[in-house]
Write a protein that binds this ligand. Sequence first.
Ligand SMILES: Cc1ncc(COP(=O)(O)O)c(C=O)c1O
Length: 378
Amino acid sequence: MTEKTKEISERTMKELVRKHGTPLFLISIPELKKRVEIFREFLPRVEPHYAVKANPHPSILKTLIKMELGFDVASINEIKTVLKLGSSSEKLVFANTVKSPEAIKFAKKFNVDLMTFDSEYELTKIAKLFPGARVIVRIKVPNVGSVVELSLKFGVEPADAVPLMIKAFKLGLKPVGVSFHVGSQCTEVSNFIEALEIASIIFHDALLKKISLEILDIGGGFPIKHFDDEDDPFPSMAERIRAEIDRLFDKNIRIIAEPGRFIAGPVCTLITRVIGKSIRNNKHWYYLDDGVYGCLSGIVYDHCKYQYRVLKKGTTQLSTLAGPTCDSFDVISISEELPELEIGDIVYIKNIGAYSLATATNFNSIPPTKTVVLNKGG
Ligand SMILES: Cc1ncc(COP(=O)(O)O)c(C=O)c1O
């Protein structure tokens, strides 16, 4: 695969399978670079801080460090990993609003002083363990239609943001900004538009209380295409977001974002093989060598729907795809139109880079899916 090639060809896929076997998780570094370039092109004022949780594979992190991205980290190990790979602490935002005391102490030790919070308890904890830390209040915003809803568990009511920032100041912290998350795989631009308006009111109200905020963190949620027949929703959304940021926020306000799926999603392909076949209730069942306990775990944790492709042509019939474990829950899809497959045939899934490898388990002691990094130096 060369840098110019968008798709992995069938021939390359077969060669990789011959060499490495299956299941195989491919990471394309040229595609990763392209994702960053697209984000920067469409949202030039926004500094992307890659959400490490989406896919913490070292090849991805190393490439993003070289491209001078910042990182959204959520745990001690994520901080450790990115710092060890060469990122600097100023590039990090500790964007887990609920941090263990140990994690706050660890952040202090390594100077990761920018962090989000969404409760008074968290503020008190941070103030005690990391006096002087710069804090960003995460507000609750509409998550309408987003595939992964985040506003139930996180965010304060917008009306509580300024009082909490006053509290932060009194506790010896530095209240520096506002953050939100519109929900993951958000295709409703109105969520971003409303969130930006709410945040701008908070910036204004904070100033009236003599708190001059300097950072707006617009979170993640930027959507990707999972199916061939979908339009890419990002360009038109980004245009609206960009215009709204410019309308509402002064040029000297630093705008950061925490894209995870947008950066990592389209970068990876999972190649599996049919390892078993049966006919149940007049329907073909194909058992693959990866499933919902492995790299297809996004079906469960990320509520993700994927397009399953095969290298075969022919008349299709409604079929079921299942994973390799002994749990009846390990069913990938019960309604795929597929040509008849045989043991050994390949089924592959594109755009599976986010919340897949990261959430895979080794249930049934099945070894982790092998990863292959394409064009490492490219
Ligand atoms: C705080 C925070 N930031 C960023 C992200 C990344 O979101 P996405 O992958 O939708 O861009 C998440 C995802 O759960 C998150 O919880």
